[in-house]
Design a protein around this ligand. Structure first.
Ligand code: UDP
Ligand code: MG
Length: 194
């Protein structure tokens, strides 16, 4: 297959319940796009049927590639593993596998990329979580802003579209304890929150 323009990188940890719905939505996004897109699914040591579902899918549909980690390493390292194997020429969309990040934003994000932005990140206006987690997230981002000399955007997660050159820089960074959204800010270039 020719090299895709865009890769979607999706870490998955025990996501069997949303897997089919996730794939349906990713398929719809890919089917409605003129871009050539391939998806990299990373199993982060799931204990449920996620790895089996991934494997079956990758046999059926050549647009899906799979990475299986030897144990649970956590979201940031699962993402790191995914980013290390991308082939896209243009950009990579990083997206959670639990459907908290809508993949349908790809065309909008890609338009910003075409306008010259290297990083297009999503900013959450609302978050469907329990109160404790909501408060914890609010506090976390505001605390980080105070203590960090890097300007990490408030209420934005890893959900983003990043250009090939930013992905290459992320892959060159040797940090073992990785905070991708912070490293993404640190790299620079033109960045925009949506
Ligand atoms: N995830 C992962 N490894 C983990 C925990 C989570 O790969 O150890 C995946 C998870 O399946 C999801 C994404 O990373 O696709 C974000 O995880 P979660 O929803 O727990 O994070 P939150 O929404 O609380 O930021
Ligand atoms: Mg989540």
């Amino acid at each position: 297959m020719p090299v895709p323009q865009v890769n979607l990188v999706v870490p998955l940890y025990n996501e069997e319940q949303v897997f089919d719905q996730l794939i349906q939505r990713l398929n719809t996004v890919m089917d409605n796009s003129d871009l050539s897109i391939e998806v990299i699914l990373i199993d982060d040591g799931s204990h449920d049927a996620t790895p089996q579902l991934m494997e079956q899918l990758s046999y059926r549909d050549a647009r899906y590639h799979t990475v299986f980690l030897s144990r649970n390493f956590g979201h940031q390292l699962a993402l790191t593993a995914g980013l290390s194997v991308v082939t896209a020429t243009d950009a990579v969309m990083v997206i959670d596998g639990d459907l908290q990040d809508p993949p349908e934003l790809l065309p909008e994000f890609y338009n910003y990329y075409k306008e010259g932005y290297d990083v297009v990140y999503a900013v959450r206006e609302k978050r469907k979580e329990g109160l404790l987690k909501k408060v914890a997230y609010k506090f976390f981002y505001r605390f980080m802003k105070r203590v960090s000399y890097i300007d990490i955007p408030l209420d934005s997660g890893d959900f983003s579209l990043i250009s090939r050159r930013v992905v290459d820089q992320l892959n060159r960074m040797p940090e073992e304890s990785r905070f991708i959204r912070g490293m993404r800010s640190w790299i620079g270039y033109k960045q925009i929150g949506v």
